[in-house]
Every structure is written in C-alpha cells, then in structure tokens.
Write a protein that binds this ligand. Structure first.
Ligand code: FE
Length: 234
C-alpha cells in the first residue's frame, strides 16, 4: 500500500494519498484546491489512477480540491450525508467503505467539530491500522467547536466512544497540525492528549472549549460556501 502525507502551509492542512500498489487505484483525502497539480502529478508519477476523493468534513479554513479533481479524472467525490455538500457523488453514512484495490477506507461518524465530520479507518493486509481523524482528534489537541455546528460534548463522545475504542497501536493521522507533529497513536492520545486524554473529564473539556476565545478562521466566509459546492463556487 502507498500512504503519503502531504501538507498545505497556508492552512496547515494534511492531505493523504492512499493507493494500492498492485491495482494502481488511489484515493485522496482532504485535498486542497491550490495543490491540484502537485497531487495529480504525484498520483501519476507513482503509476496510480485516482478513483476516489474524500473529505473528512466541510472545511472552514481551505477550499477542497474535490470538484476540480473530479473534473480532471474519473474519480468520485465523497462527503458525509450530514456534511451539507450535496454536490458530492457519494454521501456517506457511518460504516460506509470505499475500496482502493485491496485497501479499505471505512467511514466512522465522529461529529462535534461539525455535524458531518467523518474519520476514516484505513486497513489492508499486512499494514498497521491507521485512522485519519480529520479535525475530531489532532496530535495532542482537537478541532474547534465554536463555529459551524461545533459542540464540545458531542466531540468528546465521538472521540471517547468511537476513536478511543480503536486498538491502542492504531496510527493517528490528523487533518491539521500547527506545531510540526505528523502522526500519533490512539494509545498515546488516550494518555497524553491535554484536552481529551486521561487527565480530563467531559465537564472540564466542555469548559475549556467554551473559553478558548479564538478569532474565526480567516477564510471561513469563502471556504464554507465553496466547500458546500465541492470547491467550485466562491
Ligand atoms: Fe475543520
């Protein structure tokens, strides 16, 4: 299996390329519109063919490349049925699986940052289990709950009931990092995540999230409407 983590400096977003070496089928998760050429070149350089584009949620900080990638390839686009992006080819619900060759990408509904947030469990024979956590769980952090349909108690339950029930050794790949981290594990985040880990309770998490007092994402008024149209309207 090919697994690559790509980065957008402007929004600190990670895009993931997942492909099956044997069949050459490939998927991109959380692709950013400014990097369409980079991502398509990588897919083709590796001898792969893009068949699926997935977004973990309707992003507020960058515009998705989903619509552009669909136009340029035969790929189908996927977002949550609760994501508010009816332009997508496939509206996923909890448990929906996308296959690229022998690789399974299974959607796990993890709302709280937005209603439609999905995490993706990536598995293949002989590979460590990976989960792409979107903005639900970041390395030693989590996504904000103070805009779109954010709700801290919902996020706590998603992380504790869904993500933390994955095996401890599962590799965690977030949708963003602002401090240079690239990967963690479920076991590590259970122990060490300062917001959602062992030292916290639901009440202390809700209080902490309520008092973050951060400015809104700079691109929110452009990105959210554009992403509801798969990145093709601003
Ligand atoms: Fe987000």
């Amino acid at each position: 299996m090919i697994f690559r983590q790509l980065f957008d400096k402007e929004s600190s977003t990670y895009t993931y390329l997942i492909a099956d070496v044997k069949t050459g089928e490939a998927a991109l998760v959380d692709a950013v519109v400014e990097h369409v050429e980079r991502d398509l070149a990588l897919v083709s350089d590796l001898g792969c063919r893009l068949v699926a584009v997935l977004d973990t949620h309707v992003h507020a900080d960058h515009v998705t490349a989903a619509g552009k990638l669909r136009e340029r390839t035969s790929a189908t686009t996927h977002v949550s049925a609760r994501g508010g992006a009816p332009c997508a080819d496939v509206e996923m619900s909890d448990g929906h699986a996308v296959r690229v060759g022998a690789v399974s990408i299974r959607a796990l509904s993890t709302p709280g940052h937005t209603n439609g947030c999905m995490s993706f469990v990536v598995s293949a024979d002989g590979e460590p289990l990976r989960v792409l956590t979107g903005d639900a769980l970041l390395v030693r952090g989590c996504g904000r709950t103070d805009f779109q349909e954010g709700d801290a108690a919902t996020l706590w339950r998603s992380v504790h009931e869904k993500l933390f029930s994955l095996p401890d050794e599962t590799l965690v790949f977030p949708a963003h990092d602002y401090r240079g981290f690239t990967v963690s594990t479920i076991g590590e985040e259970k122990r060490l995540n300062p917001r959602l880990g062992a030292a916290m309770t639901l009440d202390s998490f809700v209080a902490l999230m309520k008092n973050l007092d951060l400015p809104p994402p700079t691109k929110i008024h452009e990105a959210v409407p554009a992403n509801r149209a798969c990145g093709q309207r601003s």
